[in-house]
Design a protein around this ligand. Structure first.
Ligand code: PLP
Length: 434
């Protein structure tokens, strides 16, 4: 028996025999904890002990776990209409959500799917078919270094090529890779790096380009790297000049994570297409949405069947998801200071960390704070220092999930000052053991 097999069999009672977990190599991972209860920003272990969910359960939980207002909106909707085929029927929750999101984003048309990856796939397909419908040959797509846009094939193609998609690389479509000039506190060379990145992008755009896709303000899975609004405005400028479409993947940053309802608003850019998911339903139900401008939509109209967008999902505009999303928007509208003021709550904690000898590149946008651990050269996703910190934090009832050597907090809006302080305290004392 090989060693890996040996390892699996050493946990037969802990790893479920039928579940294939996401993003996990079970031969080298501890079995997951049993959870049957979570409330606010706390996840409860089976022995009743609370863990602070400092990353919103993979960036989805927006207001807090088991929020009663959203829970009852779902319950009430389930008693009325749980699902109906959306090609031949429409329902009030979808109409209301479409109107609200269209007003909030300035993008008039809304296409429903099931998750962040499909929202991105739809955006890419709409962008490519837009040019097809206009009768113009444009297939070139530009994405950024370090990007993550999801795990389906189109989304993988525009994402950074790395260990995770290596087995599929022959099957991914080619894209040009632009530079992502991320910045941090005390960064001095940023203007020059931005200028170089824009120059490089301009050269790429000399080829007729269908679309440029980016994560506005913050690249998530790529390591919580942040760019300045000025850079995104410059990108928009050269993209418009080249008449290409601009796709904002707001799957992570959308719905108040950056301190504005949408990151594009905070960055003062107006993309042609926008992908939404994660916080959309407050983190209660899987749903994806792709927003598109009326100008794009218009090119899909007419009697020629070739112009139709032949795409759809079984659960398109699921009424429960729409009800959750409308309830979540209610909560955001009722209490905007919960997100507009969040940055000032992180700030004093980060200021205390500035001079810590083991960390570098502190950065903060809205509810998301991050920094890098100083390591001896190896800064990748598989760097182990983050794992040690994660284990230490969990032993102290704070759940974080470092990206390699990047430590970040992305808490639900309901986190209390005391709980936030606890997260920083635990992270700070974890630095003593590495
Ligand atoms: C998580 C994420 C996705 C993929 O969303 P899934 O719902 O996990 O498929 C796409 N883009 C960004 C920026 C993300 O953070």
């Amino acid at each position: 028996m090989d060693k890996a097999m040996d390892n699996i069999l050493s946990y037969p009672e802990n790893w479920h025999q039928n579940i294939w977990p996401p993003f996990t190599q079970i031969t080298s991972s501890r079995p997951p904890l049993q959870i049957s209860n979570a409330k606010g920003c706390l996840i409860f272990k089976d022995n009743g002990e609370p863990i602070i969910d400092a990353i919103s359960s993979w960036w989805v939980t927006l207001h807090g776990h088991s929020d009663p207002y959203i829970a009852s909106a779902i319950y009430n909707q389930a008693k009325q209409l749980e699902q109906v085929i959306f090609a031949d029927f429409v329902h009030p929750q979808a109409e209301l959500l479409a109107k609200r999101l269209s007003q909030a984003t300035g993008l008039q048309r809304l296409f429903f799917s099931d998750n962040g990856s499909t929202a991105v796939e739809v955006a890419l397909k709409i962008a490519l078919q837009y040019w097809h419908n206009k009768g113009e040959q444009r297939h070139h797509i530009i994405a950024f270094e370090g990007a993550y846009h999801g795990d389906t094939f189109g989304a993988m193609s525009v994402g950074e090529r790395n260990l995770f998609n290596e087995p599929f690389k022959e099957m991914l479509f080619p894209v040009s890779r632009a530079t992502w000039p991320s910045t941090w506190w005390g960064d001095e060379g940023i203007e020059r790096r931005e200028e170089e990145a824009i120059k490089k992008l301009e050269i790429m755009l000399e080829r007729p380009t269908a679309a440029v896709i980016l994560e506005p303000l913050i690249q998530g899975a790529g390591g919580m790297t942040m760019v300045r609004p000025e850079f995104l405005q410059a990108v928009q400028g050269v993209v418009r000049q080249a008449k290409a479409l601009l796709i904002a993947d707001e799957v992570m940053v959308g719905f108040a994570r950056t301190g504005s309802l949408f990151a594009s608003q905070r960055a003062k850019i107006s993309p042609d297409l926008m992908a939404l998911s994660k916080g959309l339903t407050g983190g209660f139900l899987p749903m994806g949405i792709t927003m598109a401008s009326q100008e794009i939509y218009n090119t899909f109209l007419g009697n020629d069947p070739q112009k139709t967008f032949w795409h759809g999902h079984s659960f398109t505009a699921n009424p429960l998801g729409c009800a959750a999303a409308n309830a979540s928007l209610d909560l955001l509208e009722r209490n905007p200071t919960a997100y507009t003021n969040f940055e000032s709550r992180h700030l004093p904690h980060l200021e205390q960390l500035v001079k810590h000898p083991k960390i570098k590149k502190i950065r903060l946008t809205g509810t998301i704070a991050a920094f890098d651990l100083k390591t001896d050269g190896n800064d990748g996703y598989l760097n182990n220092t983050g794992k040690v910190i994660k284990a230490y934090a969990l032993a102290n009832n704070v759940f974080i999930r470092p990206l390699g050597n990047v430590i970040y907090l992305l808490p639900p809006l309901c986190i209390s000052d005391h709980q936030l302080e606890q997260c920083y305290k635990v992270i700070k004392s974890s630095l003593d053991i590495i």
